[in-house]
Design a protein around this ligand. Structure first.
Ligand code: NAI
Ligand code: MG
Length: 342
């Protein structure tokens, strides 16, 4: 049966890049689509950023592809006004997407687009697996006039499930990143990661790195990593640092996944780009590469995912450049260039 994908184009260029990316999906498989409202578009149509029917549709899907939400039209400081971003946080929560995956693989044709030197980043192909729904960002918060605190807590099941995502994704090894020399929660985290490793993934190599050293290694020797697994806050910081290895926001995909059997959410890292929306010049590659993640992590179609990624690489090697990459290709031309390589 055809895999069922819910499309949440959202606002601005989100609409344009999702339309482009579905053409690429159609070239590698058979999918049925259901388009739903989120963000500003949903506010305009229904008064709220995340209609119930959008949540219902996503819960019944095999995977969800999101464009971007937001724009100046909905930017108001007025208290109580609905905001587009609430739609995004709401759907992540509704689907319990506890793992955020950000792959970092500088494409050969764009090696010089990175702020890092070419010889440092060549050969880099890593994946940051960030825990997304626990830890410091969700701990109990306390504040009085002279003191404030954020509790940093993890439970065993929370650590086990994120560790499993990382071990399953590993090709060479998993590097667990923590701060066990200082933090109790890190000592517990590391112990649970080692338990999961010994019981379920004894054949995967695992090593451990303190987060400050990991931050340094990411820019000095990024090609030595395979999968990095870490908590919510360390992952927030390290995934942005790692993303800059590749350079361009119009190129970066991401995936947020939950328990097996629940649909994952796949989206470009960029926003709705109101400055270029409606002009047909948005770079669709971040969304097309998000489709590759959707195929691999959402539907288990690895060969199709590889095909999409290498088609993007070849299109760029063939000279494809949208304006954000210094060229003049339109969204349509970029999409066709990828389709021709498939
Ligand atoms: P943005 O990512 O939308 O744009 C930043 C700059 O990058 C702009 O100059 C834009 O033209 C360019 N850009 C972004 N994606 C591009 C693409 N695919 N091709 C070519 N150029 C591209 O971030 P900004 O301007 O800070 O936010 C705009 C709106 O998007 C805001 O309302 C913000 O809240 C929202 N936003 C939504 C996100 C999401 O839905 N996940 C993430 C980030 C921002
Ligand atoms: Mg961040």
């Amino acid at each position: 049966m055809a895999h069922h994908i819910v499309l949440l184009p959202g606002d601005g260029i989100g609409v344009e890049v999702v339309a482009a990316a579905t053409q690429v999906l159609d070239a590698v498989g058979e999918f049925s689509y259901e388009k739903r409202l989120i963000g500003g578009a949903a506010i305009d149509a229904t008064g709220g950023p995340l209609p119930d029917e959008t949540v219902d549709a996503c819960q019944g899907a095999d995977a969800v592809l999101l464009g971007a939400v937001g724009g100046p039209k909905w930017d108001s400081t007025e208290a109580g006004r609905p905001r587009p971003e609430q739609g995004l946080l709401g759907i992540r929560k509704a689907l319990s997407l506890f793992a955020n995956l950000r792959p970092v693989k500088p494409l050969t044709a764009l090696l010089d687009a990175s702020p890092l030197k070419r010889d440092r980043i060549e050969g880099t192909d890593l994946l940051v697996v960030r825990e997304l729904t626990g830890g410091m960002y969700f701990g109990r918060k306390e504040r009085d006039a002279d003191r404030a605190s954020d509790e940093n807590a993890y439970t065993r099941p929370e650590v086990e499930r994120i560790a499993r995502v990382a071990f399953r994704a590993a090709r060479r090894k998993v590097t667990n990143v923590d701060k066990m020399n200082v933090l109790e929660v890190s000592r517990f985290w590391r112990e649970v990661v080692l338990d999961v490793h010994a019981r379920e993934f004894p054949n995967v190599v695992v090593d451990h790195m303190l987060v400050d050293n990991a931050a340094m290694q990411l820019v000095s020797a990024p090609s030595t990593f395979d999968v990095i697994v870490t908590d919510n806050m360390f992952g927030d910081i390290l995934s942005d640092e790692a993303a800059m290895i590749t350079g361009s926001i119009g190129m970066l995909p991401s995936a947020s996944v939950g328990e097996e059997g629940t649909p994952g959410l796949f989206e470009p890292v960029h926003g709705s780009a109101p400055d270029i929306a409606g002009r047909g010049i948005a770079n669709p590659l971040a969304t097309i590469l998000s489709c590759a993640l959707l195929l691999r992590h959402g539907l288990g179609l690895s060969a199709e995912a590889d095909a999409v990624e290498s088609a993007v690489d070849r299109a760029l090697e063939g000279g494809l450049r949208t304006p954000d990459l210094g060229g003049d290709a339109t969204t349509d031309q970029a999409t066709r260039a990828v389709l021709e390589q498939l």
